[in-house]
Design a protein around this ligand. Structure first.
Ligand code: AHG
Ligand code: MN
Ligand code: MN
Ligand code: MN
Length: 335
C-alpha cells in the first residue's frame, strides 16, 4: 500500500503554532484560496474546448488587454473570499481600486486583507503554457469595525502573515508559507483534494539557471547586461542554462525547486520594471526567503520596501542567495 499523503486540510489543522494570530480565520482564508484555485484549475483544464480563451476587448489598469480567464479567475477569487466573509478588503491586479468587503451586517469585523494576481502569465493561456495565481495576506492595520483603508494594503512585505501561489501546470500545485517554511501541495483532480507533495521546500545553495527576457537586453542597465554576459561565459561553473517561461509563477516555482536566478530588471522603457510590488514581488520574496533564498530590487530587500501605490511596479532579482548577490555586485560596479 503506497504511503498516504497528508491533505492540505489535515496539514493546516496539524500546525496551530503557524497561525499565532488567529488559527481558525487564517486557516479558513487559506482554505478559501484553495477552493477558488480548484474552480480556476477546472476551467483552465478545458480552456481550449469552451469559449474561455482570448481577450474580452477591454484593458485593465495595467494597460494590458484582459483575457477571459483573467476576468474569470478574478471573479472566482473575489466571490469566494467575499462569500466566506473572512477578509475586509482585496487588492487585485485586475481592479483599479481596492475592493472593500464590509462583511456580515456591514460590521467590518474581518481582520485580514488579501493582495492577489488572479491569473499570472496571461500571455501564455492561449498557448497552453503554465499560468498561476499569486496571493499575499496581511493583518489589517486600521481599526476592526471600520471600513478597510488603502494603508492596510501599503504595508511592507515583511508584514505578510502568509503568501503563496497556485501553479496550473502539468499538475495543479498550491505552494504557501506562513513564515514557518514553504510547503507544496498537489491537487488530485479526480477527488478534488490537495496532498502534501513538497514539504519544507528549500532552494539549493547554488543553481545553474538564469531566467530573464533576453528580448529586453539592449534596454537593460549596464550592470544587468554585464551579469547576463557573465552567465553566458565559458568559465568556472558556467555557462548557465537559460530558461524563461513568461509566467512568473512557473519561473519562480522552478527556481525554488532547482535553484537559479529570476530577473525582471528596470529598463529604458520600464524604469520601475514590469512586476507589481504588492501581488507579484512581495509574495515571491516571502516564499524565496522562507526557502533560504534572496529577493531584492537589485539593491534593497523587496520585503523592506514601503509601497506607495497599490499597483506600484518594482525591479525584481530573486533566487539563490549567491546568484542574486553576484548580480547585485555587477549592478553596483556599473552604477
Ligand atoms: P500577468 O500575466 O499577471 O500580467 O504577469 C505577467 C508577468 C509575469 O508573470 C511574467 O514573468 C512577466 O510578466 C512576463 O513579462 P514579459 O512578457 O515582458 O517578459
Ligand atoms: Mn496582467
Ligand atoms: Mn502577474
Ligand atoms: Mn495577472
Amino acid at each position: 500500500m503506497s504511503k498516504r499523503h497528508t491533505t492540505l486540510g489535515e496539514f493546516l489543522i496539524g500546525r496551530p503554532e503557524e497561525f499565532e494570530y488567529d488559527n481558525a480565520e487564517l486557516g479558513q482564508l487559506i482554505n478559501a484560496i484553495r477552493l477558488a484555485g480548484k474552480v480556476v484549475s477546472h476551467e483552465i483544464r478545458k480552456a481550449g474546448l469552451v469559449d474561455i480563451t482570448g481577450t474580452i476587448g477591454s484593458t485593465n489598469v495595467q494597460g494590458e488587454e484582459q483575457k477571459k480567464l483573467d476576468v474569470f479567475a478574478n471573479e472566482a477569487f473575489i466571490n469566494t473570499l467575499t462569500n466566506r466573509d473572512i477578509v475586509c478588503g482585496i487588492v487585485s491586479e485586475e481592479n483599479e481600486e481596492m475592493i472593500t468587503i464590509s462583511g456580515a451586517n456591514n460590521r467590518n469585523r474581518n481582520k485580514y486583507v488579501v493582495v492577489m494576481d488572479p491569473l499570472d502569465g496571461s500571455s501564455n493561456i492561449d498557448v497552453n503554457i503554465t499560468v498561476g495565481t499569486i496571493f499575499g495576506i496581511y493583518r489589517r492595520i486600521s481599526p476592526v469595525g471600520t471600513p478597510v483603508t488603502v494603508e492596510d494594503f501599503l504595508q511592507p512585505g515583511n508584514l505578510q502573515v502568509a503568501a503563496g501561489y497556485i501553479a496550473y501546470g502539468t499538475s495543479t500545485m498550491m505552494v504557501y508559507t506562513t513564515g514557518n517554511g514553504v510547503h507544496g501541495f498537489t491537487l488530485n483532480p479526480a477527488i478534488g483534494t490537495y496532498y502534501l507533495s513538497h514539504p519544507n521546500i528549500t532552494i539549493p545553495d547554488m543553481g545553474n539557471i538564469y531566467s530573464v527576457n533576453q528580448g529586453g537586453y539592449v534596454h537593460f542597465p549596464e550592470g544587468v547586461k554585464k551579469y547576463i554576459k557573465y552567465c553566458q561565459a565559458e568559465e568556472d561553473d558556467r555557462p548557465y542554462t537559460g530558461r524563461y517561461v513568461g509566467s512568473m509563477v512557473a519561473d519562480i516555482h522552478r527556481t525554488l525547486l532547482l535553484g537559479g536566478i529570476y530577473i525582471y530588471p528596470q529598463s529604458t522603457g520600464k524604469p520601475e520594471g514590469k512586476l507589481r510590488l504588492l501581488y507579484e514581488c512581495n509574495p515571491f520574496a516571502f516564499l524565496l526567503e522562507q526557502a533560504g533564498g534572496r529577493a531584492t530590487n537589485g539593491a534593497q530587500r523587496i520585503m523592506d520596501i514601503k509601497p506607495t501605490d497599490i499597483h506600484q511596479r518594482m525591479p525584481f532579482f530573486g533566487g539563490c542567495v549567491a546568484m542574486v548577490e553576484k548580480a547585485e555586485s555587477f549592478l553596483k560596479k556599473n552604477s
